[in-house]
Every structure is written in structure tokens, then in C-alpha cells.
Design a protein around this ligand. Structure first.
Ligand code: HDE
Length: 677
């Protein structure tokens, strides 16, 4: 069995194909009738003895399990992890030793605040949870797409979540932080400042799950064969770059396609455009623990990449969709405490608390202590111990012995030494009094929030100002609004004054923190820019210029761009040369917000309604700073909107030249230097 397929091979034993089979009850009895219950007379009452009805209904009645208390809305895929270079020097983790070996992975992405049925392009952090099925057991890297967190101690997590979730008296708003209790929490727990800056930035509205970073957030440890430890932070860097939506667009997508992110992930995998993320580590010698102006145990702080470079050590490719969302995605149980030898914890108080919470919540969500036996959660290596029984136990553990130590089974299953692969916790020396305190070194809440602000490009700053104005604009309490203005004056007076004005609050008097440091890596401005997998809506009508349009569409395809045809009705549109294009969407079934760019072609036979729809699509794309290309009759819509000379708007008569400029415009993602209409 090859290593890279071990998880897939294991899952194969559990896959069931019902298609083409005879119907039976769960007891295997063949069913003769599945539409009508057993009745005393055709118009009479249903009989209790109808075991088929009882079983079918009972199972249905119990189909739902509790959703996750946070990260309820999620979507996942399988893949594999490959290592670029051995990490032997730093860690003995088996899957980080040999670059020729691949490790199967399962990744679940999620929003945090919304419930299971909520829309996906909300303003929120995204969960980025990876299960590595290594030969030494499962290693879970349960991260987010934001490298810091709102709070410093797990003790406050229930409070944070109560504050951001819909308010309990009326259960509103769904999947949104724009309400009083969240901002009241922020203002009264000011360690949240740094993460709030990220949450108000473009990072919180990713264009795609394939185009966002992932972070382990906490400081962990690598421990090598000699027992030497280094502090580490984990990173995922998307090969397609880090890109975002704009807020107005994100809100509209939530209505037009609440499944936008999962659809994008699902389709890209189905199309063979496998999402890829490089794996990076920041490594810090233990001796350097106190060399920084922040505490490396504080989860509201990141390690600036310019100070501690991210070493890229491998790549993860997601190449297989799940077969069944409930069985795999929903039943997956991640846990930051699932570590393998060579990876260890730090004393970050947020991490320490997480180590308790995950199994605890899964015990109720997955109905008992045996969820590790569910196919998606099973390690690919053997697992043996003396744990027994409980709801839904699958294995049939043989023999009389289920205790340690024993003589009847020669003291097996036996613990093994460190040399044989037994997990031994890093022997950090710990000393101290029992106190309920925050360390002095955790008390600076604003320096890195300011560093984040300083690192933003002008358009990114503008978006943050708008996000604060939106969110605080939805808050009803004047007092909370003012508290937030005063709090963020500590980050930037410019920022706080701008949203104070937008919400009618008193501009701040306080000075900002005076921090001038910036970390260029935090801006998305210089991220990777490629046309690959970008979705272009082609607005086209009958009697379009067949051969010339084909040249453009062929070039787009060659560059990995996906063109989807939009017209007034489904079927085909016919070119002037007799060519045909299958229509993918009508103006009714799609929307401008669902595309990265528009290509306006038109045709000889468009009526007023068509012109109106096409102009509406173009105007909206323009407002969302998207690339727009136009040739032939499509150019008239640019002229009508008076946007022909705007950045990122490309028109042309030479198809080769046009295609090249259009692809360049698509690669840029968005054209922020554009005057709104
Ligand atoms: Fe979680 N978190 N979390 N979290 N978290 C859960 O576990 C918790 C935190 C993260 O796709 C829960 O099985 C506490 C940080 C992800 O299944 C729960 C604290 C980070 C997922 C829980 C945190 C995360 C969860 C809910 C503060 C980024 C989804 C369901 C101490 C590093 C995993 C579940 C999936 C899920 C507790 C903070 C990431 C309740 C107590 C920081 C990606 O156990």
C-alpha cells in the first residue's frame, strides 16, 4: 500500500454504493413497498407493526446532530502533503523527515460565527483545520486565516463567542459581528484590538478558500531527536496568492450564492485545478524567547516575517472532494492536542485551554467517546489501548484483558520508550505560584494593531475605515460606539476619526500609540497575482463575431482562465460565421458579483432589455473594481457607462493584443485606482 493512498484505501472499506441495489431494511430484509404505510384498510389507521415505516421514520427523526458551537459552517477536501526538505535538524516528526514521502491530509475550512446553514462570504475569520494522517498517528493543525486571536486566555472564550453570536433575546444578527454585544466585548476586552484590525480588513472576506493564508496562531515547539527544542509558528501560503472580495460584493454574493466558497472549492477540485498551499515555519531558538518587545506566548501577537523569516518546507495539494459531507466533513473531529512525537506545545494560555475544549465538545456533538473510530477520524497506523465500550463502539476487542499492567497478556498493549517512538512531553522546567493573572508581558494591546495598520496600502486602509463605519453604524448603543472610537484612537487617530465621523460619534482626543513599525508581508498588495482559475463572465448574443471571439476565448483558456457564457436565454448563441457557444447562465440565473471579471462581446442582435442587463452587470463589476474587457458590440456598453478609459478596463480591435492586456488586467485581481461612477 503506498503511503500517499493510505487514508483513501482505508476509507474505501467504508464506502457504500446504493445505486443499482435492492432496497432492504437496516436488518437486511428486502422491502416490497416504500411509498405507503401499512394500514387497516385503504383509508384506515396506520399499524404499529409496520416495521419498515417505524425504522425509516425513526432514523429520519434522528438524522441531525448538534452543530459545532463555533465553526459550524464548514467545507472540506482530501489531499496530500509533500515535504521539500527534511526538518530533521529541528524536529523528529516522522512526516517532516523524508521529502520523498507523501502524507494524506484532510482539510476543513469554516466560518466561525455563523450557524451551519449561514452564508459563506460574511465578514469573519476562516477556520483552516488540517488533519495529517501520519504513520505515527494523526497530527491536527487547527488554525485560522488570521494569525492572532481576540483574547489571550481560554477562560474568556465562552464570553467572546456569546458576544459575537446572534444576541440571545432575538437571535439576530446571523453570521455577523456588526452588532452591539460584539463591539461591547471588544471595547471592554482591549486585547482584541489586533485581531479586530484583521477582522475589519480584507482578510475577513476572502475571494476563495484557495486564496487565503492559514496560521497555526499559537507558538508551538519542534523537538528533535536529541531532545533540543525550538519555538515555531506555522503558516500556509496559497500558491494563487491572497485575495479578497469587496464588502458590497460579499454581501450580495451571500444572497445570490450562499454556497459561494464551497462551490468554488468543490468545482476547482472537480476541474482538476487543485488548490495548493505551501507550508511554512518560523523557527525561534529557545534562547531567543525574550528578545522581542512582545511575549511569544501571547496569541494576540504575530512574529513579523521580516524579523523571523518564514521558511517554506512543503506543499499541500487538495485533490479529492469528499464522497459524503456528513460522514466526512461533519464527523471530522479536530483537536490541537493531536500531536505526534517531535511537535509539542507552548504555555500560551489560549492553547492550553483549547487542549481541553475540543474533545469535550466532540463528546456531545458526536455522541460519546468512540468518535475516533469514525472512518474520517481513524489514524492510518494501528491503534491499541485498554479503552473499551461506550456508545457506538466499532471494534471488537478480543480477550479478557483490558487493563494495564497485566501478566495475562504479557503486559500488552505495552507503552514504548521514546526511542521506539513513544511520545514524551518536552521536559520544560516549570515553576510558579498558583495565580489568576495576566502576565505583565501580555499588557501591550496596541503596538501590533498599529503595526498592522501601518503595513496596509492606501486601498486596504480605506476598506478598514469602511468596515469600521459599517459595523459601528449597525451598533445601536451610542456609548459602545464611543468606547470603540476611543479604543481605536490608540491604533490610529486617522482611522478612529474617520469612522467617528461616519457614525456621528465624538472624534477621539487621545493620541495613537506612536508605533511606526510596519511589516510589509501583512499587506495583500504585493501578493502573487496570476490569471489561473479566475472566472470570467462572457456576455454575448447571437451574431457575435465568431472567429475573433474564439481567439480571445482560446487565449483565456490557455492561461487557465475559466470563461462562462452569459446570455438572455439558455441554449446556444450563434456566431456570424455559424459557430455556436453553449450558454452557461442567463442574466436571471447568475450575477455580476459571481465573476472575477467580465468580457463584454454582445452581438448584432441585442435588444434594449439585453443592453440594460449587460450595462447593469458591467456597472456592478466596475464598482467592485473588477477587470472588464470589451470587443465588438460590447464596447458600446463601456461607452454608455463612460468607463472606457478607466484602469483595468480593456477594449480592443486586435484580438491578440486585447487578450494579452485583458489577461494582465485579470491577473491584477482588482483595480483599486479607479474612480467610482
Ligand atoms: Fe477553536 N474550537 N477554540 N480556535 N477552532 C472549535 O471544536 C476553542 C481557536 C478552530 O473544522 C470547537 O470541534 C477554544 C483559535 C477551528 O472542525 C471548540 C478557543 C483557533 C475550528 C473550540 C478556541 C481556533 C475550531 C468547536 C480559545 C485558531 C473548527 C467545534 C481558547 C488557531 C474545526 C469543535 C473544524 C473549533 C474551542 C480558539 C481554530 C468549541 C476554547 C485561536 C479551525 O472546541
Amino acid at each position: 500500500m503506498s503511503n500517499e493512498n493510505r487514508k483513501n484505501d482505508q476509507l474505501e472499506q467504508f464506502r457504500v454504493k446504493d445505486e443499482g441495489k435492492e432496497m432492504t431494511t437496516n436488518q437486511g430484509v428486502k422491502v416490497s413497498e416504500d411509498e405507503f404505510s401499512l394500514k387497516a384498510g385503504e383509508r384506515g389507521p396506520t399499524l404499529m407493526e409496520d416495521f419498515h415505516f417505524r425504522e425509516k421514520m425513526t432514523h429520519f427523526d434522528h438524522e441531525r446532530i448538534p452543530e459545532r458551537i463555533v465553526h459550524a459552517r464548514g467545507f472540506a477536501a482530501h489531499g496530500e502533503f509533500e515535504l521539500y526538505e527534511s526538518m530533521k535538524e529541528y524536529t523528529k516528526a516522522g512526516f517532516l523527515q523524508d521529502p520523498s514521502k507523501k502524507t494524506p491530509v484532510f482539510v476543513r475550512f469554516s466560518t466561525v460565527a455563523g450557524s451551519k446553514g449561514s452564508a459563506e462570504t460574511v465578514r469573519d475569520a476562516r477556520g483552516f483545520a488540517t488533519k495529517f494522517y501520519t504513520e505515527e498517528g494523526n497530527y491536527d493543525l487547527v488554525g485560522n486565516n488570521i494569525p492572532v486571536f481576540f483574547i489571550q486566555d481560554a477562560m474568556k472564550f465562552p464570553d467572546l463567542v456569546h458576544a459575537v453570536k446572534p444576541e440571545p433575546h432575538n437571535e439576530m444578527p446571523q453570521a455577523a459581528s456588526a452588532h452591539d454585544t460584539f463591539w461591547d466585548f471588544v471595547a471592554n476586552n482591549q486585547e482584541s484590538a489586533h485581531m479586530v484590525m484583521w477582522a475589519m480588513s480584507d482578510r475577513a472576506i476572502p475571494r476563495s478558500l484557495r486564496m487565503m493564508e492559514g496560521f497555526g496562531v499559537h507558538t508551538f515547539r519542534f523537538v528533535n531527536e536529541e531532545g533540543k527544542a525550538h519555538f515555531v509558528k506555522f503558516h500556509w501560503k496559497p500558491v494563487l496568492g491572497t485575495h479578497s472580495l469587496v464588502w458590497d460584493e460579499a454581501q450580495k454574493i451571500n444572497g445570490k450564492d450562499p454556497d459561494f466558497h464551497r462551490r468554488d472549492l468543490w468545482e476547482s477540485i472537480e476541474n482538476g485545478d487543485y488548490p495548493e498551499y505551501e507550508f511554512g515555519v518560523q523557527i525561534l531558538a529557545e534562547e531567543d524567547e525574550f528578545k522581542f518587545d512582545f511575549d511569544i506566548l501571547d496569541p494576540t501577537k504575530l512574529w513579523p516575517e521580516e524579523d523571523i523569516p518564514v521558511k517554506i518546507i512543503g506543499k499541500m495539494t487538495l485533490n479529492r472532494n469528499v464522497d459524503n459531507v456528513f460522514a466526512e466533513t461533519e464527523q471530522a473531529a479536530f483537536h490541537p492536542g493531536h500531536v505526534v512525537p517531535g511537535i509539542d506545545f507552548s504555555n500560551d494560555p489560549l492553547l492550553q485551554g483549547r487542549l481541553f475544549s475540543y474533545t469535550d465538545t466532540q463528546l456531545i456533538r458526536l455522541g460519546g467517546p468512540n468518535f475516533h473510530e469514525l472512518p474520517i477520524n481513524r489514524p492510518v497506523c494501528p491503534f491499541h489501548n485498554n479503552q473499551r465500550d461506550g456508545y457506538g463502539r466499532q471494534t471488537i476487542n478480543r480477550g479478557p484483558v483490558s487493563y494495564h499492567k497485566n501478566s495475562l497478556a504479557s503486559n500488552t498493549p505495552r507503552p514504548v520508550s521514546e526511542e521506539e517512538g513513544g511520545y514524551v512531553h518536552y521536559q520544560e522546567k516549570v515553576e510558579g505560584r498558583k495565580v489568576r493573572n495576566r502576565s505583565e508581558s501580555f499588557k501591550d494591546h496596541f503596538s501590533q494593531a498599529t503595526m498592522f495598520w501601518n503595513s496596509m496600502s492606501e486601498p486596504e486602509k480605506e476598506h478598514i475605515k469602511q468596515a469600521f463605519s459599517f459595523e459601528l453604524g449597525k451598533v445601536k448603543s451610542k456609548s459602545v460606539q464611543q468606547q470603540v472610537v476611543d479604543m481605536f484612537a490608540n491604533v490610529s487617530v486617522e482611522l478612529a476619526s474617520t469612522f467617528a465621523e461616519a457614525i456621528g460619534a465624538t472624534p477621539p482626543e487621545e493620541q495613537d500609540s506612536g508605533v511606526s513599525k510596519a511589516s510589509p508581508a501583512l499587506s495583500q498588495e504585493k501578493t502573487v497575482k496570476k490569471p489561473d482559475t479566475r472566472k470570467v463572465g462572457v456576455i454575448i448574443a447571437d451574431q457575435y463575431n465568431g472567429s475573433e471571439v474564439k481567439t480571445v476565448l482560446d487565449t483565456l483558456k490557455e492561461q487557465g482562465v475559466q470563461a462562462e457564457v452569459i446570455s438572455a436565454k439558455l441554449g446556444v448563441v450563434k456566431g456570424s460565421d455559424g459557430s455556436e457557444l453553449e450558454v452557461d447562465h442567463t442574466f436571471l440565473t447568475c450575477d455580476s458579483v459571481l465573476f472575477d471579471a467580465l468580457y463584454l462581446v454582445g452581438g448584432k442582435e441585442t435588444d434594449k432589455q439585453f443592453d440594460r442587463e449587460a450595462t447593469y452587470f458591467a456597472e456592478e463589476a466596475f464598482d467592485h473594481f473588477k477587470p472588464i474587457g470589451a470587443t465588438h458590440e460590447g464596447v458600446k456598453w463601456l461607452q454608455k457607462l463612460e468607463i472606457s478609459d478607466s484602469p483595468g478596463v480593456v477594449a480592443g480591435e486586435d484580438m491578440k493584443q486585447f487578450s494579452a492586456s485583458f489577461i494582465e488586467a485579470i491577473s491584477a485581481h482588482r483595480h483599486w485606482n479607479r474612480e467610482q461612477i
